[in-house]
Design a binder for this molecule. Sequence first.
Ligand SMILES: Nc1ncnc2c1ncn2[C@@H]1O[C@H](COP(=O)(O)OP(=O)(O)O)[C@@H](O)[C@H]1O
Ligand SMILES: [Mg+2]
Length: 378
Amino acid sequence: MVPSETMASRGAAAAAAERSAKPLRLDIQSLSKAFAGRTVVDDVTLSVAAGEVLCLLGPSGCGKSTTLRMIAGVETQDRGTIRLDGRVLSDGVTSVPPEGRSIGLMFQDFALFPHLSVTDNVAFGLKGRRAETHRRAHRLLERVGLAAHRDAFPHELSGGEQQRVALARAIAPKPRVMLMDEPFSGLDNRLRDGIRDDTLDVLREEGTAVLLVTHEPEEAMRMADEIALMRGGRIVQRGAPYNLYNSPHDKEAAAFFSDINVIPGEVHGALTETPFGQFLAPGQPDGTRVDIVIRPQHVRIDFDRAGRGPNPTALDGSPARAIVVRSRFIGKESLVEFRLDLDGSAMSAIVPSVFLPKPGTPLWLMIRRDRCFVFPRS
Ligand SMILES: Nc1ncnc2c1ncn2[C@@H]1O[C@H](COP(=O)(O)OP(=O)(O)O)[C@@H](O)[C@H]1O
Ligand SMILES: [Mg+2]
């Protein structure tokens, strides 16, 4: 497991160096908030540079929206400081009101004004003469592909088109920061990918710093320059999508991004004995119970040769024989579930394309040492 870690931390260091070169647009230090004595946001520190997308990713109820609401200024923190371009927006002393923060908002329920045309919706928050505000609105509508609908009313548009109007309206006043709270979750899958990509293109062009909240790891990986993984009000890990996926902080962080297989073990002499051979557990004292975690897409499968499997290798360790319990095609790839001969435990593997062995088929499984994670059991 060591090589992947080294690679990831080098990537993280480079990313951090690159980040520190860009001035911070939004800078949040040690933000905390409790409701009725229960802490829901706990010492959260985050920063976003201009033109960068940071995703706040975590399960429902972990405090994402509360964090966003404090940044927007519609909720007040108990502790911590929020700065925009180095200026304090909110701390124990100062609090700039929401409308003075130069922060744009996009939510799932972006209510458009039903009695206003698309153009008037987009121009609504703009100051200046009508001809000017309409010119800016028209330019943005063109940018989001809605030039032909500028005189339409919201009810005449599809859900995806309404979402684009909401985007144009949110960026019209040129906010320095855009806060987005699960803005795409109301759209159906087919529409979503296109709108997500277009939205980010527009925001990057405008140089807006984006803080996007989502509970979907795929959405975060698709959109984020960086992900901050949140759990129970705290940021548990922050880094590029690649690093979070390939060097998760703990078992729960690994499990948030995909299903996982967990092989329990106990350390003796910095090694853990398993049906798949030995795993290194450097620095773990004898008797430590560990979980070896491997994603189903990283389990290797080989054929049974009259009761024998492939030879052990340094990278794959020892193969273990397993019996197919069930196999299903899940689109693009196949999910095969196994029972290990040795101890009857369950394992699953994901294989590209179509691979549907019959239940009862014996096969051999291997675990690539550079693709698994060894965590002390909590
Ligand atoms: N105004 C409030 N009063 C009391 N509890 C709240 C309030 N707002 C949020 N909460 C609670 O704080 C926790 C975090 O909520 P939220 O920030 O909305 O989570 P998320 O957006 O990650 O789903 C939840 O348990 C929620 O019930
Ligand atoms: Mg929320």
